[in-house]
Design a protein around this ligand. Structure first.
Ligand SMILES: [Zn+2]
Length: 259
């Protein structure tokens, strides 16, 4: 199982989440919302070979934490993954757009300078701007749009510039999320929970709940569960085996697909 976007440090008991994810054999991308949180959150993953910790600066916190960009730069050489980063044009956040843009842009340029990163990106009500920025700094690395909620033409444009996508149970519950997922290139999809923010009928999702999204994808793709699982693991393997050149080129070279 793969949970390629969750916030381990924001659960009430992060140590327990790590233990449970380990016991369930989940591959986790543990994203952070501030550079300051990264050191402690990366510590959580120590000794757990399936957990990677991404260095982030969440767009909803950009106006409060933009002064941590220096720390971001200092820490970046220590992480192959960047996230959660991006832009948020929703109510309550769009008034801070200028600062969000400055933070996002700086992060892209630093990633470019550092040789490219795998990036988990928040794009709520800001897809076009995100894609414009990504197109301007192609060497920043491989973008994974998490919980994509744009239009189908924005989705096509994202796929055209080499974006990947991570989708979760909450997104795939709705008809719109399902039809977007159906249109995504199958060899560029990973599952996620966005826990503890992503939730299901029983409350916040946990990394092991990513299996729900695997089942949903199998339904959307109309393939047996085992096929869906294999596709997702092929995708993960491609990402983890990609060198900096592939990451920067955003090319799905030598990828196998059931499509
Ligand atoms: Zn998130």
């Amino acid at each position: 199982m793969i949970d390629f976007h969750c916030h381990l440090d924001l659960y009430p008991d992060p140590v327990r989440e790590v233990r449970d994810a380990e016991a369930a054999g989940v591959y986790v991308l543990s994203v952070t919302t501030t550079p300051r949180a990264w050191v402690r959150t990366a510590q959580l993953a120590k000794g757990h070979k399936r957990i990677r910790t991404a260095l982030g600066l969440h767009p909803q916190l950009a106006h409060e934490r933009h002064n941590e960009l220096g720390l971001f730069e200092d820490l970046l050489p220590r992480s192959r993954y960047v996230g959660e980063i991006g832009l948020d044009g929703g109510p309550g956040y769009r008034e801070h757009k200028a600062l969000q843009r400055k933070v996002f842009d700086t992060v892209l340029h630093l990633s470019n300078k550092g040789g490219g990163r795998i990036m988990s990106i928040h794009s709520r009500h800001a897809v076009d701007e995100i894609l414009d920025q990504l197109a301007k700094v192609p060497g920043a690395g491989l973008p994974i749009l998490h919980w994509f909620s744009g239009t189908s033409s924005q989705l096509r444009r994202a796929a055209d510039i080499g974006c990947w996508f991570s989708v979760g149970p909450a997104m795939l519950r709705g008809a719109k999320g399902r039809s977007l997922a159906k249109a995504m290139p199958r060899n560029r999809i990973l599952t996620e929970t966005d826990g503890p923010f992503g939730s299901g009928p029983d409350g916040p999702l946990h990394p092991a709940d990513a299996w729900i999204a695997v089942k949903q994808l199998a339904g959307i793709w109309e393939v047996p569960l085992v096929e869906a699982k294999r596709q997702l693991f092929d995708n993960l393997r491609f990402l983890s085996e990609s060198g900096p050149d592939h990451i920067r080129a955003r090319t799905p070279v030598a990828q196998r697909s059931i499509a």
